[in-house]
Write a protein that binds this ligand. Structure first.
Ligand code: GDP
Ligand code: MG
Length: 439
């Protein structure tokens, strides 16, 4: 997708104003790029129309290049389409809140149940899972195991009991236990069919959920729009959860969900671990669809690392020569994230470009460094001198991380070099002289 948009932007080079004519070709490229990202065709059509309309009505902002304006408009329009802002889960006034999960087989419903319970637990909510997928005994085992893993009770009955009955009984049990949130897992099919919809309707009626969330695999291609439409018409959804965003799909399904249902994506799953569930940020998703990677995450991360107090603390540490491997890790991570920023810069014509090979190289190096730092004890991380003084310790780190002793020595040397450099830099900035650290 990135390459598609890149060529679209370059066609605008030299233009002084955005016109119907000079955006025609870039818009065609954008259209193709969105289709490549698996956004459903009708959604793409409407999107391109919207953007074109906005562009024609908009006067040129002085000092902003036309290509940059188009980037901004496309980005904003994508964000709009996906609901603009984070959309929180709704809780009912009287406990328990019931959340019903629906979706095709294999999209990640059962995993989401446990992840969601884990997520809500961190917000101080007491949760219970209900196993209303009774078609395979393995499904009940799976949710039981996941429930245990996150320390949340699972309500279950035999496979012969109707799902709606289980859901109802589960809700009663939750009331007795004064549970805050009940999450109901349901059975999916590989394809939409009437039996599944009827069962979902029955379960929904039995527990009157506050949230009916459609779980959608982000790999779902062109069919996403039809899928969401059917579920919404048949059972009425209040929102969606997009799973498997850790894969390499561009997430075109995200665009379709809101557009066809008017319902927001509330959460996204980005991995198989229980902590891999987070709010859905339309602006980040727009960045992803545009190939901007995690620009916004980067900004946040950089802020996190460089928060004022942090920066101050870092400064203090450097001044007292205490810059350690923990700080080192924070710093290198922030730098590694720059890779995605460089990509965005690379998209803008006339700006420098970082090659993918360079980014990959930086990422590889970071992984190697991380594995070595992970093999250090907490004490060693805080006192790199220990490693500088002891070949035995360095050998241990090398063995545990599967790297060579030379690599470990290099890393240790690098840390001390960084201390010196940073100290000098700081000295230069403050106009005072700080003696360089001896190593
Ligand atoms: P269900 O049939 O909808 O209940 O789907 P499951 O919860 O059983 O998940 C199907 C498979 O997808 C399992 O192997 C999960 O580990 C995996 N899975 C679920 N969510 C994610 C995710 O966000 N990322 C990745 N990589 N895998 C996931
Ligand atoms: Mg399941």
């Amino acid at each position: 997708l990135t390459s598609g948009l890149e060529s679209a932007w370059s066609k605008l080079k030299g233009a002084e104003v955005l016109t119907k004519e000079n955006i025609a070709e870039p818009m065609r490229d954008i259209r193709r790029a969105l289709l490549e990202a698996d956004v459903s065709l009708p959604v793409v059509r409407r999107f391109v129309q919207n953007v074109s309309d906005r562009v024609v009505g908009v006067g040129l902002i002085r000092g902003v290049r036309p290509d940059q304006q188009l980037v901004k408009i496309v980005h904003d329009e994508l964000v709009n389409l996906m609901g603009g802002e984070v959309s929180d889960l709704v809780f009912s006034k009287s406990s328990p809140t019931v959340i019903l999960l629906a979706g095709l087989q294999g999209v990640g419903k059962t995993t989401v149940c446990a992840k969601l319970a884990f997520y809500l637990k961190k917000l101080g909510k007491c949760c219970m899972l209900v196993a209303a997928d009774v078609y395979r005994p393995a499904a009940i085992d799976q949710i039981t195991i996941l429930g245990n893993q996150v320390g949340v009770p699972v309500y279950k009955e035999g496979t012969e009991v109707r799902p709606s009955q289980i859901a109802k009984n589960g809700l009663e049990e939750a009331k007795k236990r004064k549970t805050d949130v009940v999450i109901v897992d349901t059975a999916g099919r590989l394809q939409i069919d009437k039996a599944m919809m009827d069962e979902l309707k029955e379960v929904k009626q039995a527990v009157n959920p506050t949230e009916v969330l459609l779980v959608v695999d982000s790999m779902t291609g062109q069919e996403a729009a039809a899928l969401v439409t059917t579920f919404n018409i048949e059972i009425g959804i209040t929102g969606a959860i997009l799973t498997k965003l850790d894969g390499d799909s561009r997430g075109g399904a995200a665009l379709s969900v809101r557009e066809v249902s008017g319902r927001p994506i509330k959460l996204v799953g980005r991995g198989e671990r229980m902590e891999d569930l987070e709010p859905f940020y339309p602006d980040r998703m727009a960045g992803r669809i545009l190939g901007m990677g995690d620009v916004l995450s980067f900004v946040e991360k950089a802020q996190e690392v460089m928060r004022e107090e942090d920066a101050e603390e870092l400064q203090k540490k450097i001044m007292s020569a205490k810059f350690d491997f923990n700080d080192f890790l924070k710093q290198t991570r922030a730098v590694a994230q720059m890779g995605s920023v460089s990509r965005v810069i690379g998209m803008i014509p006339g700006m420098g470009k970082v090659t993918p090979a360079q980014i990959r190289e930086a990422e590889k190096n970071l992984k190697i460094m991380e594995s070595m730092i992970n093999a250090m004890t907490a004490e060693e991380r805080e006192k790199p001198e220990l490693l500088a003084e002891s070949p035995t310790r360095r050998r241990r780190v090398a063995t545990e991380s599967g790297k060579t002793e030379q690599q470990v020595s290099q890393l240790v040397a690098q840390l001390f070099q960084m201390r010196v450099r940073m100290k000098n830099l700081l000295g230069a900035m403050e106009g005072s002289s700080i003696p360089a650290l001896k190593n």
